[in-house]
Design a protein around this ligand. Sequence first.
Ligand code: IMP
Length: 207
Amino acid sequence: MKKIIIATQNQDKLREIRAIMEGDGVSVLSVKEAGIQADAEENGATFEENALIKARAVAAASGAESAIVLADDSGLEIDALGGEPGVYSARYMGEDTSYEIKNRNLIGRLDAAGGKDRSARFVCAVAAVMPDGQEIVVRETMEGRIGSEAQGENGFGYDPIFYPDGYDCSSAALTEAEKNAISHRGKALRAVMKKILYKNGEKSKKG
Ligand code: IMP
């Protein structure tokens, strides 16, 4: 079975990633489970660069392990705020500030800006570093809008204020399976897995 190490310390992401990859015939390990210690400064200007920085750092630290390393870098882009918080989504207002405060702040800033254009998207770049050093990067989005109030108990981060296109509720009001089916992370991970499995000829073997 193919071994995949997920380069994240974020337990919310890890839970979603495991659920999305279940059934792909792969064994998914967190960096902690793989016994890898790797710190990387996320100083890239784009989601793609940051995903690669994280995946490369863990791949370098994994030494002789013949595993595929996957990393995700993601965030929320709000059009009326010039794409903020964007690549700074985790660091917006400081890492230790609660999402209740961050979410209230973003709704307040949008309202102050007139509140008409509420379009936004979650973006996710997933980078894979293969055992032979080959790199794959994929970017996907979930389009939607910022609601006028927070809603829902599921998900994490900015989910309570993000209402996906076609839904009258926030992504925090969706079940995990419903969110994963349409999310930026779900789409990017499925696209990367397809490339990894095709690369190894496994899809053609299965037919
Ligand atoms: P990073 O990719 O670890 O730098 O952080 C991504 C940040 O973007 C998270 O900490 C959240 O604040 C936000 N984010 C990314 N994906 C989601 C999501 O699916 N729901 C809610 N917030 C998200």
